[in-house]
Design a protein around this ligand. Structure first.
Ligand SMILES: CC(C)(COP(=O)(O)OP(=O)(O)OC[C@H]1O[C@@H](n2cnc3c(N)ncnc32)[C@H](O)[C@@H]1OP(=O)(O)O)[C@@H](O)C(=O)NCCC(=O)NCCS
Length: 159
């Protein structure tokens, strides 16, 4: 898919309803694994988004695909390192949207290196990172709320 089919724009308040539904979709939550304790908790979702939208170190974009809200991509900081995260609504999976959006976003962000993490069995996310030029630097193990146990996580970097 050409990157011209997607648009990244600043988040508008009405996007949050879509993000909330996407973020509590059970199949997506299982994939992402490292999620909020209760992704259906609307109050916690609203508090989290209010916090990240107000943060100076977080950059968030809504991904539009032919004018529809397909998902979100964001950069945040963890222990001083720039980390990327993304989430596409299930109805939009498998059309190259995450790859196209991430390519545009990393071009827009001037900061390097960029870091990203994915559950070791999140094959879609791993493939997106590899297609965007990230290389794997190692693995870690963390407790994944969505799985109720510690699982392996792959660590990626874009220099
Ligand atoms: C993972 C996710 C971002 C992929 O989004 P997407 O728009 O469907 O991804 P793309 O269409 O750009 O696909 C990129 C590649 O991954 C592959 N892929 C996508 N989903 C896959 C899956 N579930 N299993 C295996 N491969 C998959 C595609 O085939 C494509 O590879 P190819 O070009 O070699 O064929 C999306 O499924 C999602 O948001 N999931 C829930 C949240 C999540 O996991 N976020 C990431 C947290 S680290």
């Amino acid at each position: 898919m050409s990157t011209t089919s997607i648009t990244l724009r600043p988040v508008q308040p009405e996007d949050l309803e879509v993000f909330y539904l996407n973020n509590k979709d059970p199949e997506a939550v299982w994939m992402a694994a490292f999620t909020a304790k209760d992704p259906a908790d609307r109050e916690a979702f609203d508090a989290h988004w209010a916090r990240i939208m107000a943060s100076d170190t977080v950059i968030i974009r809504t991904i539009e695909y032919h004018g529809e809200i397909a998902g979100s991509v964001l950069k945040y900081e963890m222990e001083g390192e720039a980390e990327l995260s993304y989430w596409i609504g299930r109805a939009f999976w498998g059309q190259g949207i995450a790859t196209a959006a991430l390519k545009v976003f990393i071009k827009e962000l001037e900061v390097r290196p960029l870091h990203a993490r994915a559950a070791a069995d999140n094959l879609g996310s791993i493939r997106v990172l590899e297609k965007c030029g990230f290389t794997r630097t190692g693995t870690d193990r963390y407790f994944a709320n969505a799985r109720g146990e510690e699982i392996e996580e792959l660590i990626y970097i874009l220099e």
